[in-house]
Design a protein around this ligand. Structure first.
Ligand code: SAM
Length: 259
């Protein structure tokens, strides 16, 4: 299974991303309560940033993180706070889990998958949860796409990116239905606008530089050369930095249970 964002710098980018107000874990997880002794999994843990957050807030839980990316898993292991936290490589779309968990988090991963892959992934989450177990899925709807540009050439190239991308940048809105279709109940969500203005706009432009750089191969395949890929990156980032061009994503924070 391939994943578009690669390399040794990706884990650091993910850590930086979570320092931004729009990606605040404190805010995203404000409704979460974890009982002492709970087994918690972060599926698609990346740099391990959510695992570290749980380690600090709930040191009496047993935390695991899994991901496809070896460099990110190594980074996560190097930075873990508690000895008992474990990390392992797993493609959770194509493989079921060996262990049972009380809580599964899946943050900022869903838009890299599509409806068909999410059905498989969420079925694996469902099977891996103990009775009464819970899942929390966090994903931005409209990432990359929700840029209010009138630049026709940029819009044309953005459509090419959307068509070539393996995931679905608007999938968050159908996650509650997918969860229901695989057996979850008590499905609730809240949505929040991630709006990038002022300093936040500059930080998100920096994030886009990192996202583009770490998926350069995908763009070279799409646009035919590094030169045209970089032309596209510049065009996109110039618009992100333009004061008159809104950039916003709708973040879904979704909870569901296995009963
Ligand atoms: C945008 S990152 C988010 C990482 C982390 N959850 C966070 O909040 O920063 C998405 C992560 O999902 C992982 N991923 C994507 N598809 C996966 C799959 N099928 N199985 C396991 N991990 C996957 C990627 O390797 C990447 O580290």
């Amino acid at each position: 299974m391939s994943y578009i964002l690669q390399g040794n710098n990706e884990a650091r980018r993910l850590d930086e991303q979570t320092t931004m107000d729009q990606f605040s874990l404190d805010h995203e997880l404000k409704d979460i309560q974890l009982k002492n002794g709970s087994k918690v999994l972060d599926a698609g843990c990346g740099s391990g940033v959510l695992c570290r957050f749980i380690e600090s807030k709930y040191p009496q839980t047993l935390i695991s993180g899994c991901d496809l990316s070896i460099p990110s898993l190594e980074y996560a292991k190097k930075n873990q706070k508690l000895l008992q936290t474990t990390f392992f490589q797993q493609d959770f779309v194509n493989n079921p889990f060996d262990e049972k968990y009380d809580f599964i988090f899946n943050r900022l991963v869903a838009h890299h998958l599509n409806e068909e892959k999410l059905v498989k992934a969420f079925s694996h989450f469902y099977q891996a949860l103990s009775h009464g177990g819970k899942v929390c899925i966090i994903d931005p709807d409209g990432l990359f796409l929700n840029l209010g540009t009138q630049n026709k050439e940029l819009l044309k190239r953005m459509q090419m990116v959307k068509a070539a991308f393996d995931g679905d940048l608007n999938v968050a809105r159908i996650i509650p239905s997918i969860l229901k279709s695989v057996g979850f109940s008590n499905i609730t969500w809240r949505t929040e606008v991630m709006d990038f203005q002022g300093e936040g706009r500059k930080l998100e432009a920096q994030q886009w530089k990192g996202r583009f750089e770490n998926s350069l191969e995908f763009y070279i395949k799409l646009f035919g050369s590094e030169f045209s890929s970089r032309q596209f990156f510049k065009m996109y980032i110039d618009e992100v930095l333009s004061e008159s061009v809104p950039l916003f994503y709708n973040k879904f924070i979704i909870h569901a249970e296995k009963n």
